[in-house]
Write a protein that binds this ligand. Sequence first.
Ligand code: SF4
Ligand code: F3S
Ligand code: FES
Length: 242
Amino acid sequence: MSDTRQINLHVFRHNPLDPASVPHLQTYQVEEAPGMTLFLALSELRERQDPSLAFDFVCRAGICGSCGMIVNGRPRLACRTLTQELPGDITLLPLPAFGLIADLSVDTGTWMRAMTERLQAWLHPADPTLDLSRIEQRMEPQLADEIYELDRCIECGCCVAACGTAQMRKDFVGAVGMNKIARFGLDPRDARSDADFYELIGGDEGVFGCMTLLACHDVCPKELPLQTQIAYLRRRMARAGA
Ligand code: SF4
Ligand code: F3S
Ligand code: FES
C-alpha cells in the first residue's frame, strides 16, 4: 500500500488591486510526501502548477511569523503544520483583521507597528539617555526566564486572527499587545509604573475590552501563557485604575 495520498488544497484567491478579481476558492491537488508541511505543499504547488499564487514565508522554521494563515478554520503557521495532521481536504484562508495583500498574503506588519507604537512597547529606562543596547542589570534567573518566555512572541498574528474582539474593534490591541505590556511590566529596567501602563492598556481597547474568549491562548504557535498573562494584567490594571 502506498504511503502517499493526494491532498486537495482549497485556496483563497483574490487580488484586491485588480478590479476584475473576484474572491473565490481554487482547488489544487498535491501529492503528499512524508514530513510535508503546508509550506512545502504550497511551494510545490507554486513551482509546478501556479506561479501566481501569493503567500508569505521567510524562515520556514517558526521564527519569522510570516506564514500564518487559516487552516481548516484555525490560525496556524504553514511552516510548522504537517499535512499528515490534517484531513485530505484542506481549506486555506488569509488571516482576518489584517490588510489583504493577495491570496494568502496579509500585511501583519502595519498592524503590529501601529500596536507597538500605540503601546510604546519598548524598554523605557529611568534615564532616557542610556544606550539601550548596553543596559545590563542583574536579575533573578527565574525573572529572566519569565521575561524570556514572553519575549518568544514572533508577532505572527494568529492570536489576533482567532480573537472575536479583534474582529469587532479595530483599536483592540489583542493578546499580542497585552503580552507586550505584561513583558515590560515584569522588567525591572523599565521605569514605567502601573499607572503609566494603565494609561496605555486600561480601557476597552486593552484588558477591559478582552472578553476572555481565550482562542488566542489556544492557537498561539509558540504556546505563550496568554491566558495567565491576561488574567494577571487585568487584576493589576484594575488595582491601578481604582
Ligand atoms: Fe503569534 Fe502567539 Fe505572538 Fe500572538 S502571542 S502574535 S499567536 S506568537
Ligand atoms: Fe481575544 Fe484572547 Fe481576549 S481571544 S477576547 S484576546 S482572551
Ligand atoms: Fe517563518 Fe513560518 S516561514 S514562521
